[in-house]
Write a protein that binds this ligand. Structure first.
Ligand code: AMP
Length: 193
């Protein structure tokens, strides 16, 4: 199996690039944000619980997210690999993911961090706020909270993967195709070794 994590702050382009990567590499896309939005749309108890956190820009509790990821694995037993998008977002999630991967006798191969400067992030988020239809995108205060949560709770996950020598920083500035080109050449170089 080949398992990748796409990492970066809200607005760094993870969702957009993930869709292109899974097509290019034949991986299964696991976006916890998409799974949570689906639960909310279906008005499930999990969805209703998650909504109260998402609408404030907070993270959904680890045990809820980890349980959801575990079920997603069970539903995709034949996957040749996963692309994790928006997960793991806390150290507890990163450790739980390592355990789940070990149970499947596999591991995270690489973590790609999309580097985007602050001004560009804000520009993209303002645009997304007008077009995505997501309630957590439209409100500037929630956006600010999400950036704050990223710095305090999610950035330590990057250090965790740096220590494991799995983190690679990629330039996330430029057009969608330019960024995708950089991601592909990195993946192709790593998988041809
Ligand atoms: P995203 O679409 O990845 O930006 O996620 C939207 C929102 O869903 C986040 O702001 C969180 O409230 C919640 N969420 C998504 N993924 C996670 C996760 N791995 N851990 C906790 N909360 C999450």
């Amino acid at each position: 199996m080949y398992n990748l994590v796409l990492f970066g702050p809200p607005g760094s382009g993870k969702g957009t690039q993930s869709e292109k990567i899974v097509e290019h590499c034949g991986l299964v896309h696991l976006s916890t944000g998409n799974l949570l939005r689906e639960e909310i749309k279906n008005k499930t108890p999990l969805g209703m619980e998650a909504k109260s956190f998402i609408d404030k820009g907070h993270l959904v509790p680890d045990e809820v997210v980890i349980g959801m990821v575990d079920s997603y694995f069970d539903a995709h037993k034949d996957a040749k690999g996963f692309l994790f998008d928006g997960f793991p977002r806390t150290l507890a999630q990163a450790k739980a993911l390592d355990k789940l991967m070990a149970l499947k006798k596999t591991a995270i191969a690489q973590v790609l961090m999309l580097d985007v400067d602050q001004e560009e992030l804000i520009k993209r988020l303002v645009h997304r706020g007008k077009t995505s239809g997501r309630s957590d995108d439209a409100d500037e205060n929630i956006q600010r909270k999400r950036q704050e949560v990223y710095r305090s709770e999610t950035l330590p996950v990057a250090d965790y993967y740096t220590k494991e020598k799995k983190l690679a920083n990629l330039d996330g500035m430029g057009s969608i195709d330019e960024i995708f080109g950089r991601i592909c050449s990195y993946i192709d170089k790593k998988t041809k070794k």
